[in-house]
Design a protein around this ligand. Structure first.
Ligand code: TMP
Length: 205
């Protein structure tokens, strides 16, 4: 969810994993490659309202395809653990549940973009959309920008649909998801993920 503390959590997790001797790569979508960072600018440009929903879907897919080939596959081949800030579920939640593109179309496009890569664990940081948007707004004010991204401009109703989407996706694949309450303190969230990782992947620790 927007404003749920993903970046803070991911950097804490990376430090905790590295302190346990686990080689960890941190990356994000959109972004993560030089092409991806250019796509990110286009996708998140608050002035980019002419971009139609299908165009948006294909740009997220282009970003993912490049990211998988250039960053994720090579990192996995070197036996590194990959922490990725947003992935395919964001496409289903935002472009599917939020924008209304058919989930069948999204599934086909995303499957081609992912090229066989699936996350071992997906952490859903859940919080009321109003609270997330409030956090994003206060962060934007702090850094002097009125709007950070195209999505922050969307009405709360859009973000409620996105949240419903994430909850439906996690209900459909409960084994892949860990749902956390993003109102918890950052250090508690990091501990909760670490406990889950130790439980699920004891051979790694
Ligand atoms: P963030 O990195 O600050 O969360 O911003 C990324 C934005 O991009 C966020 O609003 C969610 C959106 N997004 C999609 O709409 N679809 C996607 O497939 C991905 C990866 C992100």
């Amino acid at each position: 969810m927007e404003g749920s503390g993903k970046s803070t959590l991911i950097s804490r997790l990376a430090s905790l994993l590295r302190s346990r001797g686990i080689e960890t790569a941190v990356t994000r979508e959109p972004g993560g490659t030089s092409l991806g960072e250019k796509l990110r600018k286009i996708l998140l440009d608050p002035a980019g309202s002419q971009l139609c929903s299908m165009g948006e879907l294909f740009l997220y897919a282009a970003d993912r395809a490049q990211h998988i080939e250039e960053v994720i596959k090579p990192a996995l081949a070197e036996n590194r653990t990959v922490l990725c800030d947003r992935f395919s579920d964001a496409t289903a939640a935002y472009q599917g549940y939020g924008r209304g593109i058919s989930l069948d179309i999204i599934s086909v496009v995303d499957r081609e973009a992912r090229n066989g890569i699936t996350p071992d664990l997906t952490v859903l940081l859940d919080l009321p959309p109003e609270e997330g948007l409030r956090r994003v707004r206060s962060r934007n004010e702090q850094y002097g920008s009125k709007t950070e991204t195209r999505m922050d401009d969307e009405q709360p109703a859009f973000h409620h649909k996105v949240r419903e989407g994430y909850l439906a996706l996690s209900a459909g694949e409960p084994d892949r998801f860990l749902i956390l309450n993003a109102m918890d303190k950052p250090e508690e969230l990091a501990q909760q993920v670490m406990q889950e990782l130790e439980k699920r992947f004891p051979h790694v620790f």
